[in-house]
Design a protein around this ligand. Structure first.
Ligand SMILES: [Zn+2]
Length: 212
């Protein structure tokens, strides 16, 4: 759908990102991009409670991670200006987070509970949802650069097998096998588009829609 990202001008990428956000909002009613340091009165109470507990678990929660709490995407503290000046820099992130939103829309409480539970039995389930999210990072690389370099796999092995997500896929050798298998499915074209796991209600925007 956005094959050719690398050939688009910054203005075209910016327009396309705007169209993508509009499309997400049609697909996920109530979806919006917000920030973790938004004024509390603009954040619904149960999102504030979720942020509170997440901050206890992860000291990096505010500054490093983008978080989805249905149907809102919360970008990290300190990103407000770059989002308004260069939203296209967040396009890959939006692709990832959209999958979480769509999964939550489809699987609801089951997805939420299995994602959040910190019991060892659920780590694998969490990794299952994150593999769907990070597949989008790979699909986006394939769409833009035509490949998914080894360095990306190395980076993702750390994310899946390290402490960022509480060792959700451990040991690292297991994470590497899963990620390499995922890369093969992306490069073969078996997985493509913004949501390869089920039907979408609206067609995503085309690259041409962002042309001047
Ligand atoms: Zn994710």
């Amino acid at each position: 759908m956005v094959a050719g990202w690398d050939r688009m001008t910054p203005q075209e990428r910016r327009r396309y990102t705007g169209l993508f956000v509009d499309w997400m909002q049609r697909e996920i009613p109530g979806c919006r991009v917000a920030f973790k340091d938004d004024p509390p009165e603009t954040i619904v109470w149960w999102h504030r409670v979720s942020h509170f507990f997440a901050r206890l678990v992860s000291p990096d929660y505010d500054k490093r991670f983008t978080t989805v709490i249905y149907p809102v995407i919360y970008l990290p503290v300190g990103t407000r200006e770059s989002w308004s000046a260069q939203p296209e820099r967040f396009y890959g992130t939006l692709r990832h987070e959209f999958v979480h939103l769509k999964d939550f829309q489809r699987f609801g409480v089951w997805m939420g509970a299995s994602y959040l539970a910190l019991l060892p039995a659920f780590w694998t389930m969490r990794a299952f949802w994150e593999l769907r999210g990070y597949a989008q990072n790979m699909i986006f690389l394939r769409e833009s650069a035509g490949s998914v370099p080894d360095e990306q796999i190395d980076r993702l092995v750390e994310i899946f097998g390290g402490r960022d997500y509480i060792f959700m896929m451990s040991p690292r050798s297991r994470a590497r096998r899963a990620l390499e298998a995922l890369r093969a499915r992306v490069l073969s074209g078996e997985l493509s588009g913004p949501y390869p796991y089920g039907p979408l209600d609206h067609a995503p925007p085309e690259v041409e829609d962002a042309a001047p």
